[in-house]
Design a protein around this ligand. Structure first.
Ligand code: 13P
Ligand code: SF4
Length: 301
């Protein structure tokens, strides 16, 4: 493994490349990553980097977002089959139908979506800033795609804004059930239960704290508590366990793993950088429109 890490780091220098890794990736990828974080943090890193090549250790919508923000850079997705189940739940025709049904209200689109969907939306958001973005739109009604649960969570937080949600969801986060929370409370009475807003609303309602990947990590860092139950993808638990040796973490249930996020290995990253594969290519017109929806998000950040 060390040999591979050295080879990747050498190639990064030679090619002026950076590796961006989402917190759901296999943890050994952090060893070669220049930036590790959630979707919002990584999209900012992609926007601001001076590198010529970005290797995105994540899923395809993340690499596409990096390309939209850095169109002149070569963006590589080591395993092109790494898609996002939720992002693939909406296509352009269903989005158009959804808009028509609600008289073309403004569309807020979760970053977990294809570039095509972003291009047909008014503004993008991530789980870290969804509440802020919808609030700043100052509309009494909006459409939210594709995640119904993040949309409902935003509505509940904002009280007074009607959020019409598309019926997409994350199959990983939806595996957490309210009874899992009840059981965890009984089993770990001293632990704080932390969940992601992609979980079902009955799960978030029963949790002590709900937030994006970064917000969950910040919560742990700033908390005096010693025990935490993690109700999100296992990569977050793995990193918290590694970084906070004085605290104890429990997974809400075994194998809460996003298979697509786990495709990448160090070997894949090495070959991706060596052969400069697989490059993200997007249609110019779609790129232009999709970029606007992300830029509008940054304007409201
Ligand atoms: P964040 O990185 O915004 O927390 O999103 C989680 C997720 O499901 C990414 O696919
Ligand atoms: Fe998509 Fe869910 Fe996997 Fe995130 S965890 S990439 S939303 S399928």
């Amino acid at each position: 493994m060390n040999d591979l890490i050295e080879k990747i780091n050498k190639l990064k220098k030679e090619k002026n490349a950076v590796v961006l890794a989402h917190c759901y990736q296999n943890i050994e990828i952090d060893e070669v990553a220049d930036f590790v974080g959630d979707s919002l943090y990584l999209s900012k890193a992609a926007k601001d980097t001076n590198a010529d090549i970005i290797v995105f250790a994540g899923v395809s919508f993340m690499a596409e977002t990096a390309k939209l923000l850095s169109p002149d850079k070569k963006v590589l997705l080591p395993r092109p089959e790494a898609g996002c189940f939720m992002a693939n739940m909406i296509d352009i025709n269903s989005l158009k139908e959804f808009k028509a049904k609600y008289n073309n209200l403004p569309v807020v689109c979760y970053v977990n979506s294809t570039a095509e969907i972003k291009a047909e939306s008014d503004i993008c958001c991530t789980s870290s800033n969804a509440v802020k973005i919808v609030e700043k739109l100052k509309c009494s009604e909006v459409l939210f795609v594709p995640d119904t649960y993040l949309g409902k969570w935003v509505e509940q937080k904002l009280k007074g804004v009607k959020v019409h949600t598309y019926n997409g969801f994350c199959p990983t986060h939806l595996r957490v059930l309210p009874e899992d929370i009840e059981n965890a409370r009984k089993k770990y009475p001293n632990a704080k239960i932390l969940s992601h807003p992609e979980c079902h609303q009955n799960v978030t309602a029963a949790s002590d704290f709900t937030g994006s990947t970064k917000e969950i990590m910040d919560y742990v860092r700033n908390s005096n508590h010693k025990e935490f139950v993690i109700s999100t993808e296992k990569g977050v638990y793995d990193r918290l366990k590694r970084d906070y040796k004085d605290k104890t973490f429990y997974m809400i249930k075994d194998d809460l793993v996003c298979k697509n996020m786990k495709w990448n290995t160090l070997e894949d990253i090495y070959y991706s950088l060596l052969n400069e594969t697989t490059e993200i290519k997007l249609d110019e017109q779609i790129m232009h429109k999709a970029k606007r929806s992300i830029e509008r998000m940054f304007e409201k950040e």
